[in-house]
Structures are given as structure tokens and as C-alpha cells.
Design a protein around this ligand. Structure first.
Ligand SMILES: *[C@@H]1O[C@H](CO)[C@@H](O)[C@H](O)[C@H]1NC(C)=O
Ligand SMILES: *[C@@H]1O[C@H](CO)[C@@H](O)[C@H](O)[C@H]1NC(C)=O
Ligand SMILES: *[C@@H]1O[C@H](CO)[C@@H](O)[C@H](O)[C@H]1NC(C)=O
Ligand SMILES: *[C@@H]1O[C@H](CO)[C@@H](O)[C@H](O)[C@H]1NC(C)=O
Ligand SMILES: *[C@@H]1O[C@H](CO)[C@@H](O)[C@H](O)[C@H]1NC(C)=O
Length: 492
């Protein structure tokens, strides 16, 4: 049994630090490059454990123009978010204040629904007033007493995989579990597993995407399973030739599922267990084979991001029939952002044609950021990637934080979602708020090739730290809390 430790003395330190100004500098370019290398290295090592065969080393020399474009995406992209206003210190001592381009959403305080789940917390005095709540704009608040975070304990969720059980894997500080997200103009409704399960009664919820969405799916399973007695819940992995994992709440006849499709469209990385291929190739018009598995689902949660970061140019088969002719057939090299747009257009077309908006709610998760560059957040001299980070980033300032997120893809996703005619897909904009959570990654407290890192490997974060995935309980619980706000409390 995992015992909870008292909050480490270090945690509240963040509350005392004043925000400082930082001017964006040459870091941007070097940073984007370095970040790309690190992500490529990590994904590759994770798959093969062999750094000598780095894909980048074999890749064609990248076009400098594209590199620069990537590095300066914030400046150049017309989809890029506006720079955030200068920081302010919060009056009640909460230092984290994220101001970014949020998705505006109105949280109608005909608060019947809110009160149902959350008591009076979120209701305004005027029942008719429509309160505008920007759910993704706000700040991280340290909940030392653990009253609202974490939403469950690591030891209480038997469905967690070893990949994410950081405390059990040797992490010492558990402060990363105690930050809760405080939206600026409202409160998140209190998370009630039973209320969500009622929504899911006789229904299916499915997460579709890459390993970050799997990370979030695991979180969702833990969030709902607490309300279900032993023996009335099961988890079945690798259903349907492997691509599908299904958690079932038997009494509710409800499922929470994960479907592996890291690029959403077909690719040669679709095998859920053996996807470490040397040359990643996608078929950007081919989605039917995967999508056949999404039909009839009532809550669909999509994502796709991390695998796009391996190269600036993506190998694409343009021909619809190509995957069946084999992945080694001819492909084109297409700029990442362009390929991403085409793939999302393929996906959007399917959603718009095949989804019944009266029956199914569709969500698209924004990009989950990586933390490979301590320089980007003013890390100490000896800092290595996200290893040893125990605090969120506190000094996000004007000019933004550049930790290497490809904001072009963020802009592309928003644009494609906006263009959809028939089905309204909600963009769950977790990117900027997650960028602050350098403390929340699995780092060296995780698996590599199915095995826990050895003490020697843990001592070598430069090679082994995973600064892509997240510990659970942890940040993905907050992402699911946003889904909860939409599904149960009808936010937006
Ligand atoms: C709700 O608000 C009313 C008055 O505004 C108060 O009397 C009651 O205790 C509140 N309920 C909860 C659960 O906070
Ligand atoms: C159970 O849920 C499925 C959808 O997941 C639905 O098709 C089926 O009708 C439900 N069964 C009952 C008895 O309601
Ligand atoms: C299941 O996987 C095997 C091996 O990868 C493949 O040959 C077969 O076509 C797959 N079946 C389906 C229904 O996708
Ligand atoms: C959804 O339901 C409304 C009202 O019942 C109906 O007017 C509309 O045509 C339905 N939309 C679709 C796409 O079926
Ligand atoms: C804030 O960021 C800057 C620039 O990255 C860094 O030099 C500084 O030490 C950071 N301040 C704190 C309190 O972390």
C-alpha cells in the first residue's frame, strides 16, 4: 500500500516566487532544433534502445528554411496564438497565472446541471445569467491538504500500468499530484464519478489516438472505477486484433475504451505492440479501416501529435489504395504542418459525414507538450531534461514560453475544427496549461521496453528520462476533468 507523504517543503516555494520577465531570444531556434532531436532520440530509444541508429542521423539533411519556419512558428504562423499579456501576481498568493488564447466557452449558469454535480460552487446568484468561463485560462493552485487533488490515489487504482505509477516506481515527491487547475472565471464542477457513469449508462466512450491519449484513457478508467464495486468492472486489453482496450462497468453497461491510431489515418505504425518501424509512413487519405471501429460510440475523444515530431517532413502515401500495396511503395515528403492539415481534413470529413451529432459528442485533445529543454524555463545549470523537476513553471511571461511545442499544429487543428459544418467538435485546449507542468512527467520512474528502469538507468536521465508521458494520478486527470465539465455539467 502506498502511503501518502506529507507535502514536501519544496512545493510551496513556488508560491513565493515572483514572476520575472524573460525576453524571447535565440533560444527559440536552438530550442526547437534541440527539442526535435530529443523527441526523436527519445521515441527511438524507447522503441529500440539503440541510439546509434537515430532516425535523424539517417534522415535527409533538413531544409533550413523549414527548420526556421518551425523555430519561429509563433511569429510566422497566422494560426499562432496572440502573445499573452504580462504576468501578474495573484492576490491570494497563487503565482501561476496562465494567460493564453483560451477557447472561450460560455458556462451557462442555469446551474441546475452544475448544482447537480457540484453543489453551489459554480452557481452564480442569477440563474439566468450566462457566465462566460474560459476553462483553459487560469492558474495552477497548490492544494497542500489534498482536498481536491489528486482525485484518486495511485494505490487505489488497480488498472494503472507500471508506465505511470511514478511513486511505486521510486519517485519521492508527490507534489505533482496536488496541483489543481483553477479556471479564471469559474470553478471546475466537482468531479463525481457516479454522475459521469450515469451519463455513460448504456453508452460507449472511446479515446482514439497515440500513447498520450492512452495515458489519458488510463486516467479516465481510474476516475470512474472508484465508484464501481469490485467484480463489476473489467479491463480487457488488445481486443479486436490488438488495437482496442476496453474497460467495462458492468452494472452501467458502459465502456471506456482506447483505440490505438497514432496518426488517426492508417500508417505503418498501427500495430499496437510492434510499432517501432524505421521509416514512418502515413496514408493521409485512408481512415476507413480505423474509423469502422469508431462507429456507434457516444463519446469520441481524439488526439494525434507526438509521432508527428520525429521529422520535419512526413512521408505520405497519397494514393488511397497504397497501404494495401505495401508501405515501401512510393511516398512523398511533405512538410509536417501541411501533412497534419491534410490528415485532419481526412478525419474531419469522416466525422462530418458519419457521426450523428444527436447521438455522439466529439472532442479533440490539443497537443500534450514535452519538456526536454531546461534552458527554456531557466532550469539550473546541471538540469537534465525534466528529471528532478518538482515544481511547475512559475514564470511564464510575455513573449511566451518556448519549450519546443509545435504551435503550428495547434493552429491547424483549431482551423480544421472550425471549418466543420455538421458536427461540432470541441477542442480541449490543454496545451498551454500543460506546458507549465514540467514536474508531472514520468521521467525516470517508468518503463522502457516493458521493464522498469534499473537504478543505473534511473541515474542516467539524459538517456532514459521520459519527458513526454505523465504520471498518474496527475496532469491527465485535469484533462479528463475538462471532459467531465463538458459532458456532465454541459459547459460550453
Ligand atoms: C448553497 O447555497 C445556500 C445559500 O446560498 C447555502 O445555504 C447552502 O448551504 C449551500 N449548499 C452547499 C452545498 O454549499
Ligand atoms: C448496452 O450498451 C450498448 C452500447 O454500448 C447498447 O447498444 C445496448 O443496448 C445496451 N444494453 C442494454 C440492455 O441497454
Ligand atoms: C489481425 O492481425 C494480423 C497480423 O497482424 C493480420 O494479418 C490480420 O489481417 C488482422 N486482422 C484484422 C481483422 O485486422
Ligand atoms: C438532431 O435532432 C434534431 C431535433 O430532434 C433534428 O431536427 C435534427 O435534424 C437532428 N440532426 C441530425 C443530424 O440528425
Ligand atoms: C524564469 O525564467 C528565466 C528565463 O528562462 C530564468 O532565467 C529564471 O531563473 C526563471 N525564474 C524562476 C523563478 O524560475
Amino acid at each position: 500500500m502506498q502511503r501518502r507523504k506529507p507535502p514536501p517543503a519544496a512545493a510551496p516555494v513556488a508560491a513565493k516566487q515572483a514572476a520575472q520577465r524573460r525576453t524571447p531570444g535565440p533560444l527559440s531556434f536552438a530550442g526547437a532544433l534541440l527539442s526535435l532531436l530529443l523527441v526523436a532520440t527519445f521515441l527511438y530509444i524507447n522503441d529500440h534502445g539503440n541510439i546509434a541508429k537515430l532516425p535523424l542521423a539517417r534522415a535527409r539533411s533538413p531544409d533550413l528554411r523549414l527548420l526556421q519556419e518551425a523555430a519561429h512558428h509563433k511569429v510566422n504562423s497566422r494560426h499562432a496564438p496572440a502573445p499573452p499579456p504580462p504576468p501578474e501576481l495573484d492576490k491570494d498568493q497563487q503565482p501561476l497565472r496562465l494567460i493564453d488564447t483560451p477557447m472561450s466557452m460560455s458556462m451557462s449558469s442555469s446551474s441546475a446541471s452544475l448544482e447537480e454535480v457540484g453543489g453551489n460552487r459554480s452557481s452564480s446568484s442569477d440563474e439566468q445569467a450566462v457566465k462566460v468561463c474560459e476553462l483553459y485560462k487560469g492558474r495552477w493552485v497548490y492544494d497542500a491538504a489534498g482536498r481536491e487533488a489528486p482525485l484518486y490515489r495511485e494505490s487505489e487504482c488497480g488498472f494503472l500500468t507500471e508506465q505511470v505509477t511514478c511513486m511505486r516506481n521510486g519517485r519521492r515527491d508527490d507534489s505533482y499530484q496536488r496541483w489543481r487547475w483553477q479556471p479564471e472565471g469559474c470553478d471546475l464542477p466537482r468531479f463525481e464519478a457516479r454522475a459521469l457513469l450515469e451519463r455513460l449508462r448504456n453508452k460507449r466512450m472511446m479515446f482514439v489516438g497515440d500513447s498520450l491519449n492512452r495515458n489519458q484513457w488510463e486516467s479516465m478508467v481510474c476516475l470512474v472505477q472508484s465508484a464501481i464495486p469490485y467484480a463489476q468492472k473489467t479491463l480487457t486489453k488488445f481486443v479486436n486484433n490488438g488495437s482496442l482496450n476496453v474497460f467495462r462497468a458492468h452494472e452501467y453497461n458502459a465502456t471506456v475504451e482506447f483505440y490505438w491510431a497514432p496518426f488517426l489515418v492508417q500508417s505503418n505504425s498501427d500495430d499496437p505492440q510492434v510499432h517501432s518501424v524505421r521509416d514512418r509512413v502515413i496514408a493521409w487519405r485512408s481512415i476507413a479501416k480505423h474509423a469502422a471501429n469508431w462507429k456507434g460510440v457516444h463519446y469520441l475523444v481524439f488526439n494525434t501529435y507526438i509521432w508527428w515530431l520525429n521529422n520535419f517532413n512526413i512521408k505520405v502515401l497519397k494514393n488511397r489504395g497504397a497501404p494495401f500495396a505495401g508501405w515501401s511503395s512510393r511516398y512523398a515528403l511533405v512538410d509536417r504542418a501541411i501533412a497534419y492539415r491534410e490528415v485532419l481534413k481526412t478525419w474531419a470529413k469522416w466525422v462530418d459525414r458519419r457521426i450523428d451529432p444527436n447521438k455522439t459528442q466529439v472532442f479533440f485533445m490539443a497537443m500534450s507538450p514535452n519538456h526536454f529543454m531546461p534552458e527554456a524555463w531557466g532550469g539550473s545549470a546541471g538540469a537534465v531534461k525534466c528529471a528532478m523537476e518538482t515544481q511547475p513553471i512559475v514564470n511564464r511571461t510575455r513573449g511566451g514560453l518556448d519549450i519546443g511545442t509545435d504551435w503550428r499544429l495547434h493552429g491547424v487543428a483549431r482551423g480544421v475544427l472550425r471549418s466543420m459544418r455538421r458536427v461540432r467538435v470541441r477542442f480541449v485546449d490543454i496545451t498551454a496549461l500543460s506546458e507549465l507542468r514540467k514536474d508531472a512527467h514520468t521521467s525516470v520512474h517508468t518503463l522502457r521496453q516493458g521493464k522498469l528502469l534499473t537504478p543505473d538507468q534511473q541515474a542516467d536521465p539524459r538517456t532514459y528520462a521520459d519527458c513526454i508521458h505523465w504520471c498518474l494520478p496527475g496532469l491527465p486527470d485535469t484533462w479528463n476533468h475538462f471532459l467531465y465539465a463538458h459532458i456532465v455539467a454541459h459547459a460550453g
